[in-house]
Design a protein around this ligand. Structure first.
Ligand code: TXA
Ligand code: MG
Length: 539
């Protein structure tokens, strides 16, 4: 079959093409039409055979009912058997526009349209070309989205052609669909009324008319196998590109580190405007705080991934308010419900001897798994390690003891003797430590750890603070710290003073951290403070 291309950008100038589309529809043909949500595959809703052909052309399961599109309220009488007060109120407020209302099916509607249900889905699109076509032909149009069943919905005529060229009679070439996701579907045929599919009209908006509206559980979660679903469309694999999509529940910095750790051939990431620093190819997905901008791009993005040969794409879980609910609903289906929740990471820092270990102990009882960066530092300077060699080059071969291990005290003496030397030490040690810590974080994520405490005296200097959701600093008066490290590390007073003077000032931590705990010598008080901070960090 040759698919006719009918350009309609201007209702008057392109009137002939509109008439041609009307003719095709009247003769039982299928036409791809623009709407403000997505492109639809339209046929006369009264023509059983044409409706059957829609299912064939799309490869759509027979039990997934279609939406009937009307252009005025008079037409509504033709397709439903009863119009309730609430239906009138919704129509008055949101039609024409991206809202579909499920109502009792009218007698004239063949059961194929509704897949045998006693109800029918109706919407009045706002797109001028769609409305003109319905108005001119005086035909209510049954129209699902004009894609092959299972693939992303089309928001341009090119998308329609890439799926259905040669399978349908014509496509109207018009502008891009503005909303970008399919209409909101609400059922008035149940008590309380129910949101079956989120879309351009938000739950918040619907609540103004339907204060008791319920949200179908299929909106956010994967329907159980074999369960009856209020909206049959919800149970099918939907919107799926060929690429494997995985949602990641995390803030930007954590998401970026996670993606960069998984950077490989064929791996992509979706990014929001202004986000930089990915080591993999990215596709722009609107603005983070503007769900409408994400909705407008979503299906384009999914198709682009396939065009660019993406095998695995990571995307961040969007905010669920407003149109965000519709974005999430589509994205999670595109991801076949694969969501990775990255662990919460609390950074613990502060100068030496301040009492971080006490914090760590109590944090463990709150369910945190501790990653101790001092231990990681020892790991990277083990006998025979590369880092040890580099340290010896910089601070003298005698920092390596006859048995090949590191003389920590000697290294500390030299490295902490001046600011310059401390910096040299950090330059060598920190990248190596970060690498080990990143591996430990990755292992925790993979094994389902939910909360990590990253105990790192040089948290800021290493840049690991960017991996943390919050940072806590433990401070203590200098005298107390001196006493503690002399006892703990078996140091002379002189050695202790060198270490203390190499550390950052209290001001440094105060400026950079959201939570400060001051450890005086009152241990009960200190513990109570730690508990209070940990409680405040629980969600
Ligand atoms: O924005 C839209 O709604 C687009 C444009 C073309 O108007 N159309 C669209 O149609 O998305 P489709 O077929 O892809 O999705 C229709 C959804 C499906 O989830 C279907 O199960 C549900 O509406 N639906 C249709 N009739 C129903 C009914 N009687 N009861 C419950 N759900 C129904
Ligand atoms: Mg669809």
């Amino acid at each position: 079959m040759l698919t006719e291309r009918l350009k309609v950008l201007d209702l008057e100038k392109d009137s002939d093409n509109l008439n041609r589309a009307c003719e095709i529809l009247k003769n039982g043909g299928l036409v791809g039409i623009p709407t403000e949500t997505v492109y639809g595959l339209a046929a006369s809703c009264f023509d059983e055979e044409a409706v059957a052909n829609i299912f064939k052309a799309k490869g759509r399961p027979q039990d997934n009912p279609l939406i009937v599109h009307i252009s005025d309220m008079e037409m509504l009488e033709d397709v439903v058997s009863e119009v309730s007060e609430k239906a009138l109120e919704l129509a008055g407020k949101f039609w024409p526009g991206p809202l579909t209302i499920i109502m009792p099916r009218g007698e004239k509607i063949p059961k194929e349209v509704s897949a045998g249900l006693e109800t029918v889905a109706v919407r009045m699109p706002s797109h001028p070309v769609a409305r003109e076509l319905i108005g001119r032909s005086r035909l209510p149009l049954a129209a699902p989205s004009a894609n092959l069943s299972g693939s992303p919905s089309p928001i341009t005529a090119e998308h329609v052609l890439s799926d259905l060229d040669g399978r349908i009679d014509a496509v109207i070439i018009s502008d891009k669909s503005e909303v970008g996701v399919e209409s909101t579907v609400v059922s008035l045929c149940c008590q309380p009324p129910k949101l079956l599919r989120p879309g351009g009209i938000t739950v918040e908006q619907l609540r103004e008319v339907l204060p008791d509206i319920a949200v179908d559980k299929a909106v956010l979660a994967e329907p159980e196998k074999g369960a009856t679903v209020a909206s049959p469309g919800m149970k099918y694999k939907h919107y799926a590109p060929k690429a494997r999509v995985v949602l990641v529940d995390a803030g930007f910095e954590k998401f970026k580190s996670f993606v960069n750790k998984n950077a490989e051939e064929g791996v992509f990431a979706l990014k929001f405007e202004g986000e930089e620093g990915f080591k993999v190819p990215t596709v722009l997905f609107g603005r983070r705080d503007d769900a409408a901008s994400q909705a407008a791009l979503l299906f384009d993005v999914l198709r682009t991934l396939d065009e660019r040969g993406c095998k695995l794409c990571f995307a961040r879980v969007p905010d669920l308010e407003g149109v965000g609910l519709a974005v999430y609903n589509r994205l999670i289906r595109a991801a076949a419900f694969r969501v990775i929740k990255l662990p919460k990471i609390i950074g613990l820092t502060g100068p030496t001897g301040s009492g971080k270990t006490e914090f760590s102990k109590i944090a463990e009882s709150f369910g945190y798994t501790a990653i101790d960066c001092d231990r990681s530092a020892r790991l990277v300077t083990e006998k025979g390690s590369k880092t040890l060699e580099i340290l010896a080059d910089c601070f003298g071969g005698d920092i390596i003891l006859p048995d090949g291990s590191l003389d920590r005290k000697l290294l500390a003496k030299r490295a902490f003797s001046s600011e310059e030397n401390t910096e040299k030490l950090n330059k060598i040690m920190l990248p190596a430590v970060v690498e080990v810590v990143e591996d430990q974080i990755a292992e925790c994520s993979e094994t389902g750890v939910e909360k990590i405490l990253l105990d790192a005296p040089t948290l800021f200097e290493s840049g690991l603070d960017s991996r943390c959701d919050s940072v806590v600093a433990v401070l203590a008066p200098k005298d107390l710290r001196r006493k503690r490290i002399i006892e703990r590390d078996n140091l002379t007073e002189e050695q202790a003073d060198i270490r203390l003077s190499a550390g950052k000032s209290e001001e440094f931590y105060k400026q950079k951290t959201s939570h400060i705990i001051v450890n005086s010598e009152d241990i009960e008080r200190f513990r109570a403070d730690i508990n209070a901070v940990l409680c405040s960090l629980e969600d």
